[in-house]
Write a protein that binds this ligand. Structure first.
Ligand SMILES: NC(=O)c1ccc[n+]([C@@H]2O[C@H](COP(=O)([O-])OP(=O)(O)OC[C@H]3O[C@@H](n4cnc5c(N)ncnc54)[C@H](OP(=O)(O)O)[C@@H]3O)[C@@H](O)[C@H]2O)c1
Length: 269
């Protein structure tokens, strides 16, 4: 298989790139900046996924394309009432418009491939619950789910379109969001499975969705969040009432945690 992973050079994207390489795929990544290093055998092109012409040249030039993973994304922390409107619009441009641009370019190639192909969106739990401080991001990720469902209908039967809806992931940037090792460990205790996701967990989910084992899966969103967030009201009730049936259970701060990941360059937001 030939697989394109946008932003597949670090963080979650590198986990996806590595998983496809381990499965024997030829992987090509893109980002705005040349990475310091990449796993052996991985191709790279400098492309801004918001630039439709550059994306058309990049994806259109890969004649043996089989799979595209729309991973490039993220947001700075920016309350909705702050900053100028353009910064919020840029977050939506990166997290919703760019996946549409990349998917359209991929579909043009994949419709002509003998076995069709597959497109995977990297979504977020922020699109499934309130996303305070990253409202534009949450809205864009919610839109990505609907885009997934619509494209899956429009481009069937040759192209399958799915999403992986990701919870908190341990990346190079975790300290920026959750503090030191103790902070990361405290956050991990709020996850039912007891840890943050590793980038490899996301990669394995993508390899599955791209594989023949998922041949009948299209328009789906696969939740990859370790069991999700414990509802905050249970703990509020437990703290307020000695008679509460939830008393004695582990407190959770899960609802307060946003999977905010700040792109290094300001021009994404
Ligand atoms: N980390 C988490 O906890 C988490 C949780 C849920 C969902 N996710 C999702 O997972 C995906 C990756 O997140 P991450 O935390 O790994 O982010 P990250 O560490 O910031 O990596 C983002 C990657 O995308 C590239 N990129 C950013 N803007 C781009 C653009 N305009 N054109 C081309 N490439 C661009 C970056 O490279 P350049 O800056 O050089 O362009 C980088 O390689 C995102 O879609 C995010 O929403 C992450």
């Amino acid at each position: 298989m030939t697989v394109v992973v946008t932003g597949g050079v670090r963080g979650v994207g590198l986990g996806i790139t590595t998983a496809f390489r381990a499965a024997g795929a030829h992987v090509i990544t893109c980002a705005r900046r040349e990475p310091d290093g990449l796993p052996e055998g991985v191709g790279f092109e400098r492309v801004d996924v918001r630039d439709a012409d550059a994306v058309a040249d990049f994806i259109g030039g890969i004649a043996d394309l089989d799979v595209v993973v729309n991973n490039a994304g993220g947001t700075p922390y920016l309350p909705a009432s702050e900053g100028d409107a353009r910064r919020h619009a840029k977050v939506i441009e990166l997290n919703l418009i760019a996946p549409l641009i990349v998917s359209r370019a991929a579909n043009r190639v994949l419709q002509g491939r003998p076995g069709g192909g597959s497109i995977i969106m990297i979504g977020s739990v922020s699109g499934h619950r309130p996303s305070p401080g990253t409202a534009a991001y949450g809205a864009a990720k919610a839109g990505l789910d609907n885009l997934t469902a619509s494209l899956a209908v429009e481009w069937a039967p040759r192209v399958r379109v799915n999403a992986v809806t990701v919870g908190m992931v341990r990346t190079e940037k975790s300290a920026m969001h959750y503090g030191d090792a103790a902070g990361v460990a405290a956050v991990a205790r709020t996850v039912p499975l007891g840890r943050l996701a590793e980038p490899a967990d996301v990669g394995h989910a993508c390899v599955f969705l791209a594989s023949p084992s998922a041949a009948y899966i299209s328009g789906a969103s696969l939740l990859l969040h370790g069991g999700g967030e414990r509802p905050a009201f249970l703990d509020a009730a437990a703290q307020a009432s000695t008679a509460s049936p939830t008393r004695g259970q582990q407190p959770s701060t899960g609802d307060a945690i946003a999977d905010t990941h700040t792109p290094d360059r300001e021009d994404n937001a």
